[in-house]
Design a protein around this ligand. Structure first.
Ligand SMILES: Nc1nc2c(c(=O)[nH]1)N[C@H]1C(S)=C(S)[C@@H](COP(=O)(O)O)O[C@H]1N2
Ligand SMILES: [Mo]
Length: 221
């Protein structure tokens, strides 16, 4: 079932976040060191798991779920659920850092690692950037290096159970070394690109990269 929505352009949420970017909300001006600290600057710890998104929660059954991967790669793929579940499975344990200042420790994820996916699709030498597309029309961009991080994966489970719909199930991307807006929910398509492009929040005041240890919350311009 297709429930794709165009990304909302000037919603109240988008205006609020753009204003936060302008005001530099949550910025401490400090850098953190992941070698010695666990909580990045300006973050606070939560025990629950907040839901944040553009407001549309697409309902996609496993039977209807498809993932396509295309662009500057040698081997474009279109996977249904069975195909996805037959790929090598990996587990990762990581902390979530959301740009709205909450962090959540020790999330266990299971799915297909970004590195295993890269071995299958084989990016061409000129592929240096990646765009993740969600079923709600959301997009977010990454460099190939950030996509290929050892901790990054296409997750179908969290804490040993299928990922809930509101958190991006059936499958979301998880790239924990960057702010959580880079972890696209309801993953639908991955495009490998030769040039960088801004995703939804990156075009609406958020930093292009989003390293929480460097407090890369908002764009510099
Ligand atoms: N498809 C999609 N993915 C998304 C978003 C979204 O609106 N749509 N929001 C991002 C933002 S801003 C955050 S903070 C996290 C929140 O994930 P959670 O709701 O599981 O906590 O999802 C990210 N991934
Ligand atoms: Mo967010």
């Amino acid at each position: 079932m297709e429930q794709d929505e165009p990304p909302p352009e000037a919603s109240k949420l988008t205006r609020t976040k753009r204003n936060w970017a302008k005001l530099g909300r949550f910025l401490t001006g400090r850098h953190g060191d992941p070698a010695t600290d666990r909580l990045p600057p300006g973050q606070h710890l939560v025990r629950d798991w907040p839901v944040l998104d553009l407001g549309v929660h697409p309902t996609i059954s496993q039977a209807d779920w498809r993932l396509t991967v295309g662009g500057a790669i040698e081997n474009p793929i279109a996977w249904g659920w069975q195909n996805f579940m037959h790929q090598p499975q990996s587990t990762r344990l990581s902390d979530i850092h959301c740009v709205t200042s909450w962090s959540r420790y020790d999330n266990s994820w299971e799915g297909v690692s970004a590195r295993d996916l890269l071995e299958i699709v084989r990016p061409r030498a000129d592929a240096q950037f990646v765009m993740l597309h969600g079923h709600d029309g959301y997009t977010t961009n990454l460099t190939l290096d950030d996509f290929a991080d050892e901790q990054a994966l296409l997750a179908h489970s969290w804490q040993g159970a299928p990922l809930a719909r509101e958190h991006g199930g059936p499958v979301r991307f998880v790239v924990p070394h960057l702010y959580f807006w880079k972890s696209a929910k309801w993953l639908k398509h991955i495009a490998f690109m030769t040039r960088d492009e801004a995703g939804f929040w990156e075009a609406n005041g958020y930093h292009n990269r989003g390293d929480p240890w460097l407090e890369q919350r908002y764009t510099n311009d």
